[in-house]
Design a protein around this ligand. Structure first.
Ligand SMILES: Cc1cc2nc3c(=O)[nH]c(=O)nc-3n(C[C@H](O)[C@H](O)[C@H](O)COP(=O)(O)O)c2cc1C
Ligand code: SF4
Ligand code: SF4
Length: 313
């Protein structure tokens, strides 16, 4: 027998140690925990948020383990390739459609995952938003296994008074619970859409004159004006997901392509940002329900929103 086949005293102790540690782990249940840990799916959740609803939902779906990524910041950095076991996306519907930056992202993205889910937040009428997202994402080569919606506070200032909206019980915890259970089971499902909802969306498109390929892409200098109430606090320069606000020696200026997400107008502490009235009365005409009521999701701080949308990277 050759000597190298003999086990040295040191190796024998090492092996014994392994056996002892393994049996301790097995008897204490640590082994099953350790293997669960190893098996836990890697989940990435992308989100876009104007007033925090989607950031809140994305956080709830993420729990403690998923990676949360801001779509405006991924677009700004030109990052479009991602791989995970599960990839989720949360965005607010605008006119039942995805906003422009979300379209931009999904068209360029290469999302590699066994399971993809999308949760669309809305405030009053979802219409055929699920089918619209299915069409757009499928065409981009990023089809989603699960598409659901959740109703939240409606931040559409032209029609809704934020002070009234926050009083309505929209059953968010119960609805969220159901979505979380579906996603955790990797359910394959698209929320059903009725013919009436499709017709309602068609009617809206005719009335609004919006381009279905673009949705709500505006120009911020045409939509908003900053009044003398401004105190140069700089909040608007952080919360705008397109970085459209600038502090200048002659006050705050805004310009550029605008998602119409209302992060700026809703978060200005002075209510110094106001809608401009459209000259020809075309949609959106610049009127609003209650210029004194502003909204940010109750679970989302101003700092959260600044970190989510900051474009000064
Ligand atoms: C430009 C715009 C258009 C909107 N269009 C709709 C809509 O068609 N249907 C609806 O129910 N809610 C609509 N909303 C409300 C938002 O979808 C809803 O409040 C969403 O939860 C906001 O998410 P956020 O807080 O993450 O920005 C719209 C809001 C904005 C700003
Ligand atoms: S958030 Fe309002 S007060 Fe602050 S700099 Fe912008 S416009 Fe001025
Ligand atoms: S200008 Fe205001 S509404 Fe437009 S993208 Fe920026 S924060 Fe949103």
């Amino acid at each position: 027998m050759s000597t190298d086949k003999k086990i040295s005293r040191r190796n024998a102790l090492k092996r014994m140690g392994t056996v002892v540690v393994s049996s301790v782990i097995a008897s204490s249940g640590m082994f099953s925990l350790a293997s669960c840990e190893a098996k836990r799916n890697k989940r990435i959740i992308f989100y876009f948020t104007g007033t925090g609803n989607c950031l809140y939902i994305a956080r709830q779906l993420a729990g403690e383990n998923a990676e949360l990524l801001s779509i405006p910041q991924m677009v700004k950095r030109g990052k479009y390739d991602f791989e995970a076991d599960e990839i989720g996306l949360v965005y607010p519907i605008y006119g039942h459609m995805p906003l422009y930056m979300v379209r931009q992202f999904i068209q360029k993205a290469k999302l590699s995952a066994k399971y993809k889910f999308a949760v669309l937040t809305y405030g009053a009428r979802k219409c055929d938003s699920v089918e619209i997202w299915d069409r757009i994402s499928r065409k981009a080569g990023n089809a989603f296994d699960y598409i659901g919606t959740i109703v939240m506070v409606d931040n559409w200032l032209p029609n809704f008074d934020m002070n009234e909206q926050i009083k309505i019980d929209k059953h968010i915890p119960e609805n969220l619970q159901k979505i979380m259970a579906d996603i955790n089971q990797q359910k394959h499902w698209h929320e059903p859409v009725t013919e009436e909802e499709r017709q309602q969306h068609q009617g809206f498109m005719q009335r609004s004159g919006l381009d279905p390929e673009v949705g709500f892409l505006m120009k911020s200098e045409k939509c908003f004006t900053v009044t003398d109430a401004c105190i140069d606090c700089g909040i608007c320069t952080y919360v705008c997901p397109r970085g459209n606000y600038e502090l200048t020696s002659r006050g705050v200026k805004t310009s550029g392509d605008c998602e119409f997400c209302f992060a700026c107008i809703q978060n200005c502490p002075q209510k110094a940002i106001q809608f401009r009235k459209s000259e020809d009365g075309s949609f959106p005409d610049g009127t609003e329900k209650n210029p004194n009521a502003r909204y940010r999701n109750e679970h989302i701080s101003l700092m959260d929103l600044k970190l989510a949308n900051n474009q000064k990277l």
